[in-house]
Design a protein around this ligand. Sequence first.
Ligand code: ADP
Ligand code: MG
Length: 369
Amino acid sequence: MEVTHNGVCPQMLFNVQPKTSIDELFGRRAEYLTFLDAIEKKRNFFIITGPRRIGKTSFLYATLNELHKEYGVPYAVIDARAATSLNSKYPQRIIAEGLHKAILGKGFVGGIISKVRGIKLSGIEFELHGKPPNITEVLSTINESNDLVIIAFDEAQYLRFSNEDLTRLFAWILDTLHNIVLVFTGSQVGVLENFLRIDDGNAPLFGRYEVRISLPRFNPSESLEFLRRGFEEYGSSMDERELLPVVNTLDGVPGWLVHYGAHRIDGLTNEEAIEQVLKKAMIYVETEFKELDRLSPRYRKIMRTVARLSEGGSYARWEAIRDSLGGRVDEKSMRRYLSKLVDYGFLETIGYGKYRIPDPVLYRVFRRL
Ligand code: ADP
Ligand code: MG
């Protein structure tokens, strides 16, 4: 068994990297079968959603690797977040690179490999034997040479920064390249919806049939089982009743459970492990909140206010949030701030004018910030 420097095997449950095979994945069987079933029904447009650290990337790789192993279906995954952090206006380049890497990897039908092997990337386009075909040509070639190919965009909402409306490219693929299946994942669910605009009659993707798979949090029993199995892999067992408050604090988000488990294995006490998870969460918040901080410091302020007002599982009222901003904020701006925070998944509404933080770990982080 391969062991990394900190004694964690890659295939173990408490490994903090995304899982990549079905055997490593805890649960998600129904979601996998839903995916498989839709592929068999020749569906070509998938949207996978769920909050941060719920396991979208893990589910995506595990599923695609399984389809590759069992049915020989080749795939390419493009990390849209990486695309924007490198060059947000030209994610085409990263898409091209992602396809390029996948094509040269195993799984793609022989013909295309020799056709495309000479590809060099120049700017946003492929260079093929000296002449530069664009991304649409490469996609057409992929389509012609394979019966079925899956192209996935992880955290696809980041593609909205592109200088070109990529939803037109996606609509064209869905309409004309019938061997290509497109998958989009997103944790900023509202932002993803606003980007894809499937329900907007004037938008390119309007009217396409999409298969939606949403990944929910583990319920408390699943979380307990997850931790039990994780500890068991190290030959240790924990008192389930001690774990119950942990399960409630981390609220079925596998990403947090994994961090907690890894810290316990490293010898930390329950309290210390929770503290470490919160510290980690704070770092995540700092990076993920940067986008909103740039727009206005009020976003962070609102999160702090909601955290303060929604103590003990309650909620914050619209008026109270506005008052906390100094009372001079007009209604339109308020609506904009709040709906953006909801789109990003940082807040949720639980009835008219009532807001709370759905992730209990983030709730605790914002109480400290
Ligand atoms: P997301 O892409 O939704 O942010 P990831 O796939 O990166 O989430 O998962 C976050 C963490 O949780 C990773 O450490 C991953 O290994 C773990 N994880 C997520 N879902 C599962 C699962 N179903 N079984 C085992 N580990 C999981
Ligand atoms: Mg992910």
